[in-house]
Design a protein around this ligand. Sequence first.
Ligand code: BGC
Length: 512
Amino acid sequence: MAVGGSLAVQGPARNYEGGITAFVVITCVVAATGGLLFGYDLGISGGVTSMDDFLLKFFPSVYHKTKDESHHESQYCKFADEILTLFTSSLYIAALVASFVASVVTRVYGRKISMILGGLAFLIGAILNGIAMNIEMLIIGRLMLGVGVGFANQSVPVYLSEMAPAHIRGALNIGFQMAITIGILAANFINYGTAQIEGGWGWRVSLALAGVPAILMTVGSFFLPDTPNSIIERGHHDEAKRMLQKVRGTENVDYEFQDLVLASEAANRVEHPWRNILQPRYRPQLVICTLVPFFQQLTGINVIVFYAPVLFKTLGFGDNASLMSSAITGVVNVVATLVSIFSVDKFGRRGLFLVGGTQMLICQIAVGALIGLNFGVTGEGSFSKVEANLLLALICIYVAGFAWSWGPLGWLVPSEICPLEIRSAGQSINVSVNMFFTFIIAQAFLSMLCDMKFGLFFFFGGFVILMTIFIFFFLPETKNVPIEEMNRVWKAHWFWGKYIPDEAIIGADPEK
Ligand code: BGC
């Protein structure tokens, strides 16, 4: 069964002229800095919320609880605390709500404006957090950071996918994920440094430094051009054509330009992108923009990103060993993302998803078994040195599996499969589902560990089986397909084909 779909059924997708220009690369690098702010945020809160001075100032009850040696809890339950996790996860709820507003801004005013607004909101959040005198300032700052993330994650992946020529769209889009992983790693190192600051203000430095990626993104986006797709969407055809010529480095952009115009005309006939995406002809996009982010979070990756130090401590690693181990997983995350940049347009999205999924599953089963054998259900036990090293190695292989599959592809695939008329709506479903489940995992992990114990790893493993099967049957290959010609891929797919009407295929030659 040709589950991967084939282009043959509807004729070949067209090749546009123009290659990789320095202009497009620089533009995409600048835009990808949007990922830095998301990554910095993912990586910074875990460390800050474990700093004594921070806890004493804002969450004294939590501080006293962690210092209270009088009652002995199981290892698995040592760190469970709802108020503190609510502080971490509130940002993701703000991002969720903001992504809906961002979707309108992105469609009506362009991708660039959305990026600038995202950077500014993030900057305000960083300042408020850095100078926070009370819990209100802290929370409002947190919410502003969330607004920034909502705007950036809505606009940057779409921007990258629209700017890129089809044959390197995967690689350029993964610049976003690359920036996320660099942001996480930078945050880990910064926390490590600021935790050593005497005088109780180290956490302020950690939180205020979020201003750096914010300034980079705001100033960077200010100089970025908008995408040709977005310029056409707003009715400026001549300007869009000039921009397309500049981006592609050739005068001869007629085919691509005509497809963009046709896509835009189709989009203009649609008055309500939200109602629209519910129509049967957009069923594949609706399902994929919902399930991909859901599955991405259910890989369990953020257990590692948010709680690696806590997890390692829970398993008996010392303070320094825990921080060092988390830093190692952070480096693996960055390096393995590079692998996907170089392979995504060659081997395709499906190959990476299937390999990464299998790799994660094997590691999850092994990690669950290793912890189960040593700590059982009582939570009493310890690791030998060899076992501790084995655990760290398994977690690194798991992180690498994520970093070349669900990490980058979770942002790439939803941004490249939607036709223009539902692109912003599809992307905000993607962002909001992602944020919602990031929130749930951040909020629930510590009590899940307490309740499910080592079974937690089997729980996430079960989801990895499901998502890998889903990809195998329901995600056609989208590498090298021009973004406005994606409907051909759906039409050729064994399952989704029946939802796509013939007139949804763009492809008339401009001469005809
Ligand atoms: C995910 C984040 C995750 C990060 C890890 C991103 O793609 O959306 O939730 O923390 O990858 O690198």
